[in-house]
Write a protein that binds this ligand. Structure first.
Ligand code: SF4
Ligand code: MSK
Length: 631
């Protein structure tokens, strides 16, 4: 059987990269692979997590001859402190993103730039938080909800409100283990305090605080970010789009939105549809304005508008190397500081918009909610004006693009999976049909594939191989972030991908009309995955740690990913990693993250840098869960 046309190969994806590398060489531009070579071999102390610079007596590096830093901290303390600091940074990133969006919700108004698009979700959150709704204006309710949400960051007592959404068993584990998160900022500050020179040197307690801080992210900041984004911009629904660099157009003004915060990208997308601006583009000789997304912003705007996706993390330079990008405008997180310099080799304008992400060489336009629409129109006009500066000799657009089906938040998944049989349908929908399919062995389980791509390994290869092999083994996949983008580029985010599926999974996909990889959104939306696993566990009548569902980050790279991995483990789900965390210089830390956390949360990491071996590990883990459940 020949693969359907929509499915590509890793070799084709790599051929596109090679073509663009030639374009880079032609303009003497440096790209990440040049810098990988310049940075290789990597520092062994950094790789092992055993370099400390937490005070100016150091930096101290641990060796056989010098097993302790000047203060006496050993490899375990140093690696654990560095690890906890990564969790704190990752938690801060997702949570600060959420806080910004909460401020936008607080100031939303019918006359303003930001309105409420999902009233139902707002009302349901208001009910959950006991905000009066009867006879009240929806914007007054929004303000009260936003105020409560903002208090989650700094309330003087109590724990995170969303913790009550977890299974009762999970809540008990968190309470008994002392890892129920208090205010989000409190957990981050405690993590930073614990890791200050002269405080905690016992690795186990640093790991415990890592779990607690991460729950403040997954069941706090990230969950708030996702909820409020849905309220403001609409809960995503299933729609079709396209992905990969072939979505850039030769004869249109191309604008790439890159980053994470939809407060910015939503407005740019809206501005690009204004007739006055599309007409203006035509006066400049272009056929129109083509907005495309990159990284997690791509996921956000694809799920809500069907905006096409140019690619994932390691494609950010490639987009500029096509020579047809009039503007790349960015907000926060995962943006290469190399981009302004690269943009200078072409006509591309590089615009930053957030005070959180200032980059030398960029044009900075500080985006403000009060003036957002006018600013977005100005930005789009600037891109249109730049169209005439495009140099035909530098244009090189790889033809590759694939159809993709996106937009499966938890609500959509439950709706679709409930279609397996109608016998258990209740008002809210139920996971029982999906559970029945798992119990019967038609589906063996589910894997959440998340995270970045990373030049430490062959980029995208691990994702691609793991996804294909899991599908063959009747494992349903949910994906977010740059992992979802790999599936898009490969053509796997599509009904055609059933070509790779085992008989059981193929039958389910055909029956309920879903692709075998369900696109759940951006990396902040891994909170949706926690609610999905929780919904399955509750309908099953067990805890999350018992269900045959796991997480997998084959090529993770960011500190956000470290925080995410911790909150997934805290939720009781094993996490399979294809990149080793930077703690290998401490045997105790390696034991703590793979086995030690199991005694606390019932889950841990399984690390294997060989994707085929990692798949074997995942399948064994899922089968062990099934056996324990007696299925
Ligand atoms: Fe060295 Fe201790 Fe200072 Fe770290 S905190 S740099 S190990 S003296
Ligand atoms: S953008 S954190 S590279 S998934 Fe969310 Fe992609 Fe990883 Fe950034």
């Amino acid at each position: 059987m020949k693969p359907p046309e929509n499915i590509t190969t890793i070799e084709q994806m790599e051929a596109d990269n090679a073509m663009l590398k030639q374009n880079a060489c032609a303009v003497c531009a440096e790209t990440y692979d040049d810098r990988v070579k310049a940075q290789s071999p990597h520092c062994k102390f950094g790789e092992g997590g055993i370099c400390c610079k937490n005070c100016s007596m150091g930096p101290c590096r641990i060796t056989a001859k010098a097993p302790r830093g000047i203060c006496g901290a050993d490899a375990h303390a140093i690696a654990a402190r560095n690890y906890l600091r990564s969790v704190a940074a990752g938690t801060s990133s997702h949570s600060d993103h959420a806080r910004e969006i909460l401020h936008v919700l607080r100031n939303a108004s019918p006359e303003g730039n930001y309105k409420i698009r999902d009233e139902q979700k707002l009302l349901s959150l208001a009910k959950e938080w006991e905000v009066p709704t009867e006879g009240r204006d929806i914007y007054d309710i929004a303000r009260d909800v936003a105020d409560i949400g903002l208090m989650e960051f700094g309330k003087p007592e109590g724990t995170q409100r969303f913790v009550s959404r977890a299974t009762p068993e999970r809540q008990k584990v968190w309470a008994e283990q002392g890892i129920l998160p208090r205010a989000i900022d409190r957990e981050v500050v405690t993590a930073m305090h614990m890791t200050h020179m002269g405080n905690t040197a016992d690795a186990e307690f640093l790991v415990r605080q890592g779990l607690r801080t991460s729950i403040a992210n997954g069941w706090g900041g990230s969950m708030l970010g996702t909820e409020v984004t849905d309220i403001l911009f609409g809960t995503p629904t299933v729609r079709t789009t396209e992905g990969n660099l072939g979505v850039l157009e030769k004869d249109m003004v191309n604008i790439v939105v890159h980053g994470h915060d939809p407060v910015f990208s939503e407005m740019v997308v809206t501005a690009a549809e204004v007739k006055e601006l599309t007409d203006y583009a035509k006066t400049k000789g272009a056929k129109g304005i083509n907005i495309v997304g990159l990284c997690c912003t791509a996921n956000e705007v694809a799920m809500r508008h069907g905006v096409r996706m140019a690619g994932n993390f390691l494609q950010q330079e490639n987009a500029i190397l096509t020579g047809v990008v009039e503007m790349m405008c960015v907000d926060i997180q995962c943006i290469f500081p190399a981009l302004p310099q690269l943009a200078e080799c072409f006509h591309t304008k590089f615009v930053t918009s957030s005070p959180i992400a200032r980059i030398p060489g960029a044009t900075h336009i500080e985006f403000k909610p009060e003036t957002a629409f006018q600013q977005a129109k100005d930005i789009v006009k600037m891109a249109v004006d730049n169209y005439q500066n495009r140099e035909a000799s530098k244009v090189c657009i790889p033809p590759s693009k694939k159809n993709a089906v996106v937009g499966y938040p938890t609500e959509q998944i439950i709706k679709h999976l409930d279609g397996v049989t109608n016998s258990h349908v209740d008002e809210l929908g139920s996971y029982k049909p999906a559970i029945d399919a798992i119990k019967a062995g038609v589906l063996r389980g589910a894997v959440a594939i998340v995270g970045c791509n990373n030049p430490r390994v062959r980029p995208d290869y691990s994702h691609f191989e793991i996804m294909k092999e899991l599908l063959q083994n009747d494992i349903l996949i949910v994906a977010t972030g740059c992992a979802a983008q790999v599936a898009t580029k490969a053509g796997l985010l599509n009904y055609d991908a059933k070509y790779y599926c085992g008989a059981g999974l193929r039958r389910v996909c055909e029956l309920v009309h879903i692709p075998p990889i369900l696109h759940m959104g951006a990396c902040v939306d891994i909170s949706r995955m926690m609610l999905l696993a929780t919904g399955i566990a509750k309908d099953w009548g067990v805890d999350t740690t018992q269900i045959p569902v796991v997480g997998c980050a084959p090529e993770w790279m960011s500190e956000k990913a470290v925080s995410i991995a911790n909150y997934v483990v805290s939720t009781g789900l094993d996490v399979y990693l294809g990149i080793e965390p930077q703690v290998s210089g401490s045997a105790q830390m390696m034991e703590l993250i793979t086995e030690g956390t199991r005694k606390i949360t019932g889950a841990g990491y399984i690390i294997n840098t060989d994707p085929h071996e990692l798949v074997k590990n995942i399948l064994a883990g899922i089968e062990a869960k099934r056996t324990a459940l007696g299925i």
